[in-house]
Design a protein around this ligand. Structure first.
Ligand SMILES: Nc1nc2c(ncn2[C@@H]2O[C@H](COP(=O)(O)OP(=O)(O)OP(=O)(O)O)[C@@H](O)[C@H]2O)c(=O)[nH]1
Length: 948
């Protein structure tokens, strides 16, 4: 039996009642609750030692004796076997007959007593009784005794064992009236993992003549037979003590053979002379011992019934095989031990292997890759403080955190890579020229104009194009990105240059960074009368990061105070050394307003391009490029300005640009003219896309509409995932405290604008607003076009404010917004939007409070009243004392109580609302009576502090 002994079992074993056992335990200082409570092995031992019933043991020791007899019949004779004979019948009726029989067998003259006997496995009492009787005949009777009598249930467990066949088999071995079962692997007593051999073998009868199997030790060893064996076993609880001791030298030797140790363990082990079946173990051989332990043949002891065998086979003579685990189970257990565990959840082991996950992957995606259970990963992440569902997109950080815990190297696939992989599935590649060197043709340089605010970028582009677009700008700031191509002459050849106009305000930084990527040359505009400014430096950094050469346009040289040399000097600090100074950067002095030296600037651009760049592209391939700007036009639908970088874009081509796709319905040039073919470096407006692409999105022409649609759809799905994944979240740890302190206040926004660049810029600027940690700003949706019913519905469900930039609600939507209580804010200037939202955010902040002193009074006399408590006869020293005001009491400058209230205020006998400085009054502080003369009562007010 595996497990701990229960009190009632011990009671039975020791032939007493549970109550007595409990009493004894309590005397022994062991607290055991009830009869069904389990008792630890050491306590069992103590109990056995302490309990008088243990005395029955000697009777059982007959078993060992008998056992020994098997090997040394002579000794048998000397044993007091007769003594317990009377109990034989009783024992016979016990299911544990096996052992009994076994015990008997040895003595029996016949060599193979039990084996053939088909005694009923189920062991009905009668049968059992009958069985042993004949077999045992002479000697053995003794062993049986003791326990069974008072423990009828005790045998019960055996029945199943026997019935199970295991027992039967064993019984066969042991020589018990064996089980009729045909042998099978599982029943092979030597086999690994067949269950419950124990009860059976007990019989282990000593002399059991089963030569081959009758592993000597095995015989006596009834031990394993947990319960059944115990009683039946020759040993009984403390059986072989006498005989065994000498033999094994073990403290409770007999126990060993005793097989009988109630639980097999205690007694058995030592006797075994080797717990693990060192059967023959030296001590064991102490044959002389007449006790079971002394089993010469070595068995010394098979501490347990199978002890000997176990030893012989190098296997632990442990408990019943039922508990044995298969190799697979053990391997699994081992693996599990090695596996990382987070919060008790066992996860697969990564061993440093790399897992590629797309940004915004869910735990289910991750689990899928490593063949794990998503639920475990959810649980693990929960223990790491994050609550996410299996299918929810998870941020990069969390994926890496969890991966790290599991020993995986997580590689988040960047959007670029991901897109490359996506296109690859359609056998497409973006960014590569088809064909070889011969297919490449020179293309115009693409130039981006950058610079600090008001240094003249727009004016310069205007000068270059001879047009004036400034007047149309709301708020005077460039808000739209346009691209234009101009022609100029250099060395007698007409050359084209493409200009992209990027805005100068910081809010457009992100877009400017993208601008750099699609740009060959940057024209850095620096006002000669101003010098290098923060955004000048930023522009330099962007250009450098994109490895784009810079041409410096020193503008406004017409202005008084213009100092071009100062600019040259300043810029050397940033690595831009003018050619005149021995560097390789071309500086051109211009006046955008007066259109001075514009040609010089264009020439410098071409010269720089020729000197530093290889500007060639293959025009004979499907077009590829980048979307520079896009907006929704009421009449024309989606209008995207794209820059063709490779190939030729034609009307009728199927294109996909970011998440948008469609067929090119028409193309317009920078003068509004129709274009039918756009070669590399040509910017054109494209009509026909189903939706509005984002600024900076790449586009490519594909063979079929279907492909374009599929790519767009997959990008849309990916964008949605990434958006969800990167949504600002609060961690579990923060959540508890933040909620408890009511600190969480979200400002949720939906941004709609007239073009994607503006929407992006606005969102970027808003996300940069710092109002403190208490406020969380979240943009749940952004898009191009009028405010729709869907936007309002989303706003209503997320309690969002809708920001409309240069857009209005479509028909009927304002009414819906009013009905739903959704606030729509309209803006036409970006600053206004930022300022107002910043203010709104500040309004959302929790008010801060401060204490304002109201007045103080000194106690001059204390009037004691049984009805009102102590009244402080005071004089107001400064300010005023008001009834119901918050108050504190100070004694010698030390605050005695900070949480008082002016409960009653009297001026002479009249109630007063307030008493001013210099006047006397009677003050009652409610139930607070600890007041003394010369104490000070201060009153104060808590007021909301205005934010600055
Ligand atoms: N005197 C003089 N003024 C100029 C020159 N170039 C631009 N300006 C003036 O400088 C101011 C700003 O010019 P913009 O072209 O709007 O400057 P910007 O860099 O595009 O400004 P943002 O669009 O706000 O980034 C305007 O009033 C222009 O008239 C110039 O060469 N000489």
């Amino acid at each position: 039996m595996v497990g701990k002994a229960r009190v009632h079992e011990l009671a039975k074993e020791l032939g007493t009642t549970s109550k007595e056992i409990l009493t004894k335990l309590s005397e022994l200082g062991e607290f055991v609750k009830s009869a069904s409570s389990t008792v630890e092995a050491p306590v069992v031992r103590k109990l056995r030692d302490a309990f008088p019933v243990a005395e029955t043991a000697p009777a059982k020791s007959a078993a060992p004796a008998a056992t020994t007899a098997a090997a040394a019949p002579a000794s048998v004779a000397t044993q007091p076997t007769a003594e317990p004979t009377k109990s034989a019948p009783v024992a016979a009726s016990d299911a544990a007959v096996a052992p009994v029989a076994a015990a008997a067998k040895p003595a029996a003259p016949g060599p193979r007593p039990a084996a053939p006997k088909p005694a009923a496995p189920a062991v009905p009492a009668a049968v059992a009784a009958a069985a042993p009787a004949p077999v045992t005949a002479p000697v053995p009777t003794p062993a049986v005794p003791v326990v069974p009598v008072s423990n009828p249930e005790f045998r019960e467990p055996v029945a199943p064992a026997a019935a199970s066949g295991d027992g039967a088999a064993a019984r066969g071995l042991g020589g018990v009236p064996g089980a009729p079962r045909p042998p099978r692997v599982g029943n092979n007593p030597f086999g690994v993992g067949s269950g419950r051999p124990a009860p059976t073998r007990p019989g282990g009868v000593p002399g059991a003549p089963r030569p081959p199997q009758a592993r000597p030790g095995g015989a006596p060893g009834a031990a394993p037979s947990v319960r059944p064996g115990a009683p039946a076993g020759p040993g009984g609880p403390r059986p072989g003590a006498p005989g065994g001791r000498p033999g094994t030298g073990a403290p409770r030797p007999g126990g060993a053979p005793g097989a009988g140790g109630y639980r097999g363990a205690p007694g058995g082990a030592p006797a075994a002379g080797g717990y693990r079946g060192n059967t023959g173990g030296a001590p064991g051989t102490g044959a002389p011992s007449t006790g079971g332990g002394g089993r010469p043949g070595g068995g010394a002891g098979g501490a347990r019934g199978r002890g000997g065998a176990a030893g012989a086979f190098g296997r632990q003579g442990g408990p019943s095989r039922k508990g044995r685990k298969s190799k697979k189970q053990r391997r699994q257990e081992f693996d599990n031990m090695q596996a990382p565990s987070v919060g008790g959840v066992t996860l697969p082991r990564g061993n440093g292997s790399t897992i590629r996950l797309v940004r915004g992957s869910s735990l289910a995606d991750f689990a899928d890759k490593i063949d794990a259970n998503p639920a475990s990963m959810v649980q693990a992440l929960f223990h790491l403080g994050e609550m996410v569902t299996a299918t929810q997109s998870v941020s990069d950080d969390l994926l890496e955190l969890l991966g790290g815990e599991m020993g995986y190297e997580i590689e988040i696939v960047s959007p670029d890579e991901e897109d490359r992989e996506l296109l690859d599935t359609f056998d497409l590649a973006y960014g590569e020229n088809d064909g070889g060197e011969d297919d490449l043709q020179i293309r115009p340089p693409v130039v981006t104009v950058m610079g600090h605010v008001d240094h003249g970028k727009t004016r310069l582009l205007d000068a270059i194009r001879h047009t004036n677009i400034m007047d149309k700008e709301a708020g005077g700031i460039t808000q739209h990105i346009g691209a234009y191509q101009v022609a100029t002459e250099l060395g007698g050849n007409e050359r084209l240059i493409t200009f992209i106009d990027t805005p100068g305000h910081e809010a457009f930084t992100a877009m400017r960074a993208r601008g750099s990527k699609s740009t060959d040359i940057v024209v850095l505009v620096v006002a000669a009368d101003d010098g290098v400014m923060p955004q000048t430096v930023e522009a330099i950094n962007h250009a450098k990061a994109a490895d784009v050469p810079i041409v410096v346009a020193i503008n406004k040289i017409d202005k008084e105070g213009a100092n071009a040399d100062k600019i040259r000097q300043q810029l050397t600090e940033y690595g831009l050394v003018a050619e005149e100074y021995g560097g390789d950067t071309m500086f051109v002095e211009v006046s955008a307003r007066q259109r001075i030296n514009i040609d010089g600037l264009l020439a410098a651009v071409l010269l720089t391009a020729d000197a530093a760049l290889d500007l060639r592209a293959n025009p004979n391939m499907p077009a590829q490029g980048v979307a520079i700007e896009a907006h929704l036009d009421r009449g024309r639908g989606s209008v995207a300005t794209v820059l063709v970088q490779r190939g030729t874009l034609r009307v009728g081509d199927s294109i996909v640009a970011g998440n948008a796709y469609g067929r090119v319905r028409a193309m317009l040039g920078d003068h509004g003219e129709n274009v039918y073919e756009a070669l590399p470096s040509r910017p054109v407006q494209v009509l026909g896309l189903t939706s509005v692409p984002g600024a900076g999105d790449s586009f490519l022409a594909v063979e079929e509409d279907r492909v374009a649609r599929q790519i767009a759809e997959r990008r849309q799905a990916r964008a949605r995932k990434a958006q969800v994944a990167n949504r600002r979240r609060i961690t579990l740890e923060d959540l508890g405290t933040a909620l408890a302190e009511n600190k969480i206040e979200n400002l949720t926004l939906i941004i709609k604008g007239d073009n994607s660049g503006t929407v992006e810029a606005l969102e970027d600027s808003l996300m940069k607003i710092v109002v403190g940690d208490e406020v969380n700003l979240r943009v749940v949706h952004r898009g191009v076009g009028g405010i729709t019913q869907d936007d309002i519905n989303l706003a209503a469900t997320t309690s969002a404010i809708v920001v409309g930039f240069n857009v209005k609600p479509v028909r009927g939507v304002q009414e819906l917004a009013d009905r739903e209580g959704v606030d729509i804010r309209y803006y036409t200037v970006i600053y206004q939007a930022i300022d107002e939202i910043e203010a709104a955010l500040k309004g959302l902040l929790k008010p801060e409070f401060e204490e304002v002193a109201m007045g103080s009074a000194e106690i001059r006399e204390v009037f004691r009243s049984s009805k009102y408590g102590n009244i402080a006869g005071s004089i107001v020293r400064n300010g005023e004392i008001r009834r119901n005001a918050k108050a504190r009491l100070l004694r010698n400058g030390v605050v005695i109580n900070d949480d008082l209230k002016i409960d009653s205020l009297k001026r002479f006998k009249d109630d007063a609302v307030e008493v001013r400085e210099g006047f006397e009054c009677g003050i009652g502080l409610g139930t607070w009576n600890n007041i003394e003369v010369e104490d000070t009562i201060e009153t104060y007010e808590i007021r909301e502090k205005p934010r600055v």
